[in-house]
Design a protein around this ligand. Sequence first.
Ligand SMILES: [Zn+2]
Length: 475
Amino acid sequence: MGTRMSTDNLTAEARRENAAMLAAALGIDLESAGEALQFGVAITFDPADTTAAAIADDLAALLGRTVGGVTFGIAEADTVLEVLVGKVDANTRLPSLLVYVGSGGAVIGGRPAQEPCAGIPRVLCLLVACYAAAATMQAVFGARLPFEAAFPQRISFDQLGIDPGAFVGPVALGDVYLAGAGAIGNGFLWAARHLNFTGTLHIVDDDVVSPGNLNRQIWFAKDDIGLSKAERLSSLAQNEFPGLKLTPRTHRLQDLPEKSDGPWLRRLLVAVDSRRARRKIQMEFPGEVFDASTTDIREIVVHYHRQPTQGACLSCIYEADQEEFTREHHIAEHLGVSVEDVRSERINPSAADRIAAHVRGIEASALVGIAYDTLFKQLCGEGALRTLEGRRVVAPFAFVSVLAGTLLAIEILRRVGVGRNSVDFNYWRVSPWHCVLERRRIFRPPQVGCEFCGNTVLRSVNAALWGALSPPRTE
Ligand SMILES: [Zn+2]
């Protein structure tokens, strides 16, 4: 106790990503938001309480990517809040936030604990830490955040719908693909190391780590900047996965050499970063899909389907919406390229020349291969595209992405693991700000006019690959 966690992972670019997120949430300017995040949090726990120690560790890692500083057991000049995990006395006279875990669930913002925390599966400690990080932001920013903060918050573990037996023992995944080694892909492996998955996981991402990723891509540090995300994530995480072989694949999913006209993509985890990218992945005809996404810091969506399905596909869930349409047109207009260019997601050499001619102070050669959203965010942050301040593409805080990754890992446990788990839904909306886990799980039917499953040709190809549903009985 009495140590300061390093926040060395926060590059200037990563801090700016956090500031942009807070600025959007609070409706303030970037500079004020950056300053508002420069506060410290002290975390106090009893090291003999293993649940409390695990939550404290995870909470420190998450907040260390978000705020000015995190200390264990001591306050520094910038510390504004002490988080007490489990049965422990406060070390400071600062306002405090209490986190406690009983056998049935966790309470955040409740009264002082009377006994040590209950033993729970390690992955649930991480789940509690994600909510505790959100509660920390609520405790500091209060009503300024556009989310109702009613303490105490209770996380009831049985609301997950997972048999306690599922957390124990191996879960055979077989040969499985993870599309996306960004924030959610990182969060997924951060959580999955506490479960016993076996098989081979192909980590598919053709991008490299950039300085602005370090606020939320929790495995990566400054040394990883410029290196392949797939390679670094595999290499950093492999030691924690004795039964699961992590194989880096520095490609786009659609460019993998094993891609064939047959049913090659049997099981797929989707952790890419845009709605459009998810629709493109549906066009690869995956057999079984585990998907998690974030809508800035407001919401997480978990989606599952296995073909042949009577329910929604990725293209149903992530259909093109007005916000996407508006954003793509604005990006195109302000960068001096066509909307088709923006929809191709990455900047090609010809578009790079046109952007360099249109936006002052940009070198075309530095643009090739960069995602349009990324460039757009950088220009917004630098004030070059002031007219679009309110519409910028913002990246969520670390605890939101890690919560999404944790729910993705839990979803695999639910569907592939043992036990009597609730599986009667294909769509689950989760708020990082309210610990209500059960209520928003529903079965979503296909979307009328879906570009994938509403297309007769694609539907017949899909049926040829994965079998057709028996037609509805007519009597
Ligand atoms: Zn569909």
